[in-house]
Ligand binder design. Structure first.
Ligand code: F0G
Length: 478
């Protein structure tokens, strides 16, 4: 654990003066800060104005108006001096950049797959994979949906079927691997749709469930089951390093295994992966599609030139590929990932100690607030999580993200909203960016919003975009 908080009951803060035993032994980040970026604290009146102009959607705020930005961990990480040094070694040749070959070598080593097709970010890889593998009328089982992933599957004509364990849909259930696939559910889908399942999508960790991990045993079992049906397993490996850390912490037999080795074993149970380099790999932009199958790789190389760029840059500059190759090397080090997840757990523990309802256990990249329990009785069509994200911003300028009915979107067949069980607000922690003091400010603001007796009435959606509506929808206060 990280530094225990003075307000935390039971914290073993026996830091005596006068020669008594000093029992508290904190640990800290495995880096120090070399460059700073100023941020601005605003007044409540300024925030009221900014939020109204943004249609009560935190995606539409200007970042200048945000004090602590926990909208996402995507592309918001701080790069190391070694990564920045790599930026100066960009080989900006149109074809065959040496940085691509470095990236390819590092991805092969750590993520195991034979072929690496670079893309501008994760959804570029999802697009390629979906277009290559899906035929209209197919079904794609997955351990809970992700917004862009499901969009691309549906866009290619498939139906997404959720095969995650039931526990994932209940924020109060404690389970060490809440991202696990329910094998019986998966087998039913594979059986009922024989010949119509192009691949199974295995996400690790599961973002929409609260950053919850998948166990090694589960990955192994999914691979075995899919092998019986000759269906490939495609991983959404966006946060697979974080997943590996949870395996090390929670699964028997892995406590002494380096995270890099756990990652390799996990990926060895998959036939390919889509990757958003903006998360685990510690860069601001980039991604890839990796596969073992030669024929799929050839199709991907044909398609990438149409949508992303040549197969040796896929929308990235040479310097971006170098930064990502180096970011991957740093990301799989135990000291890095311990500090990264330790910071998220620190926030979760503070909130839990103060009785704030959060998704349990705390996930890898974020603490998720259970908006239904902030606003009991608020109808889901009044957007409780969207409302809570707005209130949080107003309180102290902390920006969070809705992950509830707005993110879930509409059923393409019936046109009605999807009504997800989870109505969450995500406090997403960028990697290597904020200090423990920032995290304290966030926790205190969340607590203040939770304790506020003046309950908001909710929001009304006044503009709804057709695709991925949560990004640009606008609201008004009820
Ligand atoms: N898969 C997962 C699990 C993700 O979390 C994301 C992005 C993507 C795929 C798409 O990758 O953004 O590089 O195109 N998640 C961001 C988030 C947007 O805030 O959770 P991308």
């Amino acid at each position: 654990m990280r530094n225990s908080h003075p307000g935390q009951p039971g914290a073993d803060d026996t830091v005596q003066t006068m020669g008594m035993q000093y029992r508290r032994r904190s640990w800290a980040e495995p880096y120090k800060i070399k460059m700073v970026e100023p941020i601005r604290m605003t007044t409540r009146a300024q925030r009221e104005k900014a939020l109204a102009e943004a249609g009560y959607n935190t995606f539409l705020l200007r970042s200048d108006d945000v004090y602590i930005d926990l909208l996402t961990d995507s592309g918001t990480s701080a790069m190391s001096d070694w990564q920045w040094a790599g930026m100066m070694l960009g080989d900006e040749a149109y074809a065959g950049s040496k940085n691509f070959y470095h990236l390819e070598e590092v991805v092969r080593k750590h993520y195991t797959h034979k072929h690496v097709i670079p893309t501008h970010q994760g959804r570029g890889a999802e697009h390629l994979l979906s277009q290559i593998m899906i035929q209209a009328g197919d079904v794609v089982p997955g351990n809970m949906y992700f917004t862009t992933t499901r969009f691309h599957q549906e866009h290619a004509g498939a139906k997404f079927i959720d095969v995650i364990i039931d526990e994932a849909h209940d924020p109060s259930v404690i389970h060490p691997f809440k991202g696990n696939v329910d094998l019986a559910k998966l087998e039913r889908v594979l059986e009922a749709h024989r010949g119509r399942v192009p691949y199974v999508c295995l996400a690790a960790t599961v973002n929409m469930a609260g950053g919850q991990p998948v166990s090694m045993a589960c990955a192994r079992a999914v691979k075995e089951l899919c092998g019986k049906y000759r269906v490939p397993v495609m991983s959404d490996a966006t946060r697979a390093v974080e997943n590996a850390w949870f395996i090390k912490q929670r699964e028997e037999g892995y406590a002494d295994t380096p995270v890099a080795d756990i990652l390799r074993e996990f990926m060895s149970y998959t036939d390919g992966a889509t990757m958003s380099g903006k998360k685990d790999p510690l860069v601001n932009i980039g991604g890839w599609l990796s596969v073992n199958d030669d024929a799929i790789a050839e199709k991907a190389r044909n398609l990438v030139v149409v949508f992303e760029g040549l197969h040796t840059y896929g929308g990235m500059a040479g310097r971006d590929m170098e930064a990502m190759a180096r970011g991957i090397v740093e990301s799989v080090q135990d000291a890095h990932i311990r500090a990264r997840i330790g910071q998220v757990e620190y926030l979760g523990e503070l909130l839990q100690t103060w009785g704030v309802p959060i998704v349990q256990p705390v996930g890898g990249h974020a603490v998720y607030l259970d908006a239904r329990r902030f606003y009991p009785g608020m109808a889901q069509t009044r957007f409780p999580a969207q409302t809570l994200a707005a209130e949080l911003y107003l309180d102290a300028g902390v920006r969070a993200m809705e992950r509830g009915i707005v993110s879930a979107g509409r059923n393409t067949e019936t046109g009605d909203h999807f009504y997800p069980k989870l109505e969450l607000v995500r406090l997403t922690i960028p990697r290597r960016v904020y200090t423990q003091a920032h995290i304290d400010v966030v926790a205190e603001s969340v607590q203040a919003v939770f304790a506020n007796p003046q309950r908001p009435a909710g929001l009304e959606m006044v503009y709804e975009p057709e695709c991925l509506r949560f990004f640009q929808a606008r609201f008004e206060r009820l």
